[in-house]
Design a protein around this ligand. Structure first.
Ligand SMILES: [Zn+2]
Length: 459
C-alpha cells in the first residue's frame, strides 16, 4: 500500500471550518494524493506514517484562503505611486495596465503570487486584468497556486482604457478563453466570463456572457457598485436599480460573483439573497478610498441573509497589500466602528469569508474551503512562536485581530508544500524585486504617469 504523502502532526489548534466549525486541539491531518484523507486527534492517528511529517505543535492550521477580487497584473511595479489625495487614480491605473508588456506582466504576476502564497492565499480571482495569460502560465504552474482567470470585455464607452469589442467578438473571445483555460494545471486554473461592469456592457452582451459561462459550467464576475446616483441613472435607463436590472436580464444566481457591492439598498440586498448571487467585498479598498462604509457598506445585512461573501484585496494600488488576513481584520473591525455596534461582523464571520464562504462564492466550496476528509488539501500553517500570537486563548480572535499573513510558516496546495518554513521555492526573490523595480521605472517613463516620490525633501 502506498504511504500517505504528508502528515501535519500534533497541531496546536486545527480550525477545520467544517459544518460544525470544529476546532481540534492536538490534531493531525493526513494528506494522500493531493486530498485530505484523515482528520482527527493526534492520538487517534498516531500509527499513521507519511513520507513527510510536519511538526504542528506550535501551529494554528487553517484551510487555504480565498481572495475573490485581486487584480494581479499591473500594480506591483508602481505600487504606492499615488499620493493620498489623488482624486481618481483609476484613469492612470488603466493606462498603466494597458501599457504593460508581456515580459513585464509575467514578472509583476510572479511577485504577486509570492505575496499571495506567503500570506496564505491559495486561490484568487483575477477579474480579467491579465492581458498575457500564456506568458503568466509558467508563473501559475511554478507557484502551484489556484487561479480564476478570464478576459475583461466591454462593448460600451467608458472613461477608462478598457478592452472594448463589438458584442459578438467579446462573446467569441470569452468562449474561446474559457475553452482554452478552464481546468488547466490539473484543475487549478478555472476560467470565467468577466464583463467589466453593467455600465460598460450592453444588455445583450451581459446575457450572452452568462450563457457562455453556463454552457461551460463555470462562473461570471463583474464590478458592481451602486448608490443613490447610480440607482437614479439606472432607473432612468433600465427602469430598475442596478441589481434589479441584472436580475431582470438573468445575470444573477450562484454562478455570478458581484464585486465590491457598495451602495446597495434594501431591495438590492434582498435581490442578491433571493437569487443566491455571490459577492466579493474589498474592505481595505472601501476604507482606503474613502467609500463611506458607514453609509454604503452592507456586509452585515448580506451576511444576515446568508449571502456567500468572499473577501478581496483588489489591487496593489487600491488596497495595496495582498494579505487576506489583514482584509479579515478590516472586515471585522470596520463595521463595528461604522455601526457603533460590537456585534457586527464577528471574527468568526471574517474567517468564514476567507475560507468556506469564499470557496462557495468562487464556485469551489464542494472541493475546498474546509479541512475535511475527501477535500482537496489546501492548508495554511501559522507559526505561533511569535510575539503577536501570544498569549493564545481564542485562536480565531488571535488570527483575525493580532496576527497577519507574515506569520504563515507553511502552505500546502493540492497536497504539495509550496511555502516551506517561510520560503517559496519557485523564484529568486532578490533578483525579481530588482526586476520589478526596473519595470516600474520603465512603465512610468513610457506612460508619463509619475508623481513626486515624497512630499518631504528627498535627497
Ligand atoms: Zn476590480
Amino acid at each position: 500500500m502506498a504511504q500517505p504523502s504528508l502528515k501535519i502532526d500534533h497541531i496546536l489548534y486545527l480550525l477545520t471550518m467544517d459544518r460544525e466549525r470544529r476546532i481540534v486541539r492536538d490534531a493531525a491531518v493526513i494528506v494522500e494524493n493531493g486530498r485530505i484523507s484523515r482528520v482527527g486527534k493526534a492520538a487517534e492517528l498516531a500509527s499513521v506514517r507519511a513520507d513527510r511529517v510536519i511538526d504542528g505543535r506550535a501551529m494554528v492550521v487553517t484551510p487555504g484562503f480565498f481572495n475573490g477580487h485581486m487584480h494581479i497584473s499591473y500594480g506591483h511595479p508602481v505600487r504606492g505611486i499615488f499620493p493620498d489625495e489623488q482624486a481618481s487614480p483609476l484613469v492612470h491605473v488603466f493606462n498603466l495596465q494597458s501599457a504593460m508588456t508581456e515580459d513585464e506582466e509575467y514578472h509583476a504576476t510572479l511577485l504577486g503570487l509570492i505575496e499571495l502564497l506567503k500570506s496564505g492565499t491559495t486561490c484568487f480571482l483575477d477579474p480579467g486584468s491579465t492581458k498575457f495569460p500564456d506568458a503568466c502560465l509558467q508563473a501559475y504552474q511554478d507557484a502551484g497556486i489556484r487561479v480564476i482567470l478570464g478576459e475583461c470585455v466591454t462593448d460600451q464607452e467608458s472613461p477608462w482604457a478598457l478592452p472594448r469589442y463589438p458584442a459578438a467578438e467579446a462573446v467569441a473571445r470569452t468562449d474561446s478563453f474559457i475553452a482554452k483555460w478552464h481546468g488547466k494545471l490539473e484543475g487549478r486554473i478555472h476560467a470565467w466570463a468577466m464583463p467589466f461592469s453593467y455600465e460598460t456592457c450592453s444588455t445583450g452582451l451581459l446575457q450572452a456572457l452568462k450563457r457562455v459561462a453556463e454552457q461551460h459550467g463555470t462562473g461570471l464576475t463583474l464590478h458592481h457598485t451602486t448608490g443613490q446616483k447610480a440607482r437614479q441613472e439606472s432607473v432612468m435607463r433600465y427602469g430598475h436599480t442596478p441589481t434589479a436590472y441584472l436580475q431582470s436580464i438573468g445575470v444573477v444566481g450562484p454562478s455570478v460573483l458581484l464585486a465590491h457591492c457598495l451602495g446597495l439598498d434594501e431591495g438590492e440586498v434582498d435581490c442578491i439573497a433571493r437569487t443566491g448571487t455571490a459577492v466579493a467585498m474589498c474592505p481595505v479598498t472601501a476604507a482606503k478610498s474613502g467609500r463611506g462604509v458607514p453609509e454604503h457598506g452592507r456586509m452585515p445585512e448580506l451576511l444576515a441573509r446568508g449571502v456567500k461573501i468572499a473577501l478581496g484585496c483588489d489591487s496593489p494600488n487600491n488596497c495595496n497589500h495582498l494579505d487576506i488576513v489583514r482584509a479579515m481584520n478590516m472586515a471585522a473591525i470596520q463595521y463595528k466602528d461604522a455601526r457603533q455596534d460590537l456585534r457586527q461582523v464577528p471574527a468568526e464571520a471574517a474567517l468564514e469569508m476567507a475560507t468556506i464562504h469564499g470557496a462557495h462564492a468562487m464556485g469551489q466550496g464542494d472541493e475546498l474551503g474546509s479541512i475535511e476528509t475527501g477535500k482537496k488539501a489546501d492548508l495554511v500553517c501559522f507559526d505561533t512562536q511569535r510575539p503577536e500570537w501570544q498569549a493564545i486563548w481564542n485562536p480565531v480572535n488571535n488570527l483575525v485581530y493580532n496576527a497577519d499573513g507574515r506569520s504563515v510558516h507553511t502552505v500546502v496546495v493540492d497536497g504539495r508544500v509550496v511555502v516551506d518554513d517561510y520560503r517559496q521555492m519557485f523564484a529568486d526573490e532578490s533578483r525579481l524585486f530588482a526586476k520589478v523595480q526596473e519595470i516600474g521605472e520603465q512603465l512610468q517613463a513610457r506612460t508619463g504617469i509619475s508623481f513626486a516620490r515624497s512630499k518631504w525633501p528627498m535627497s
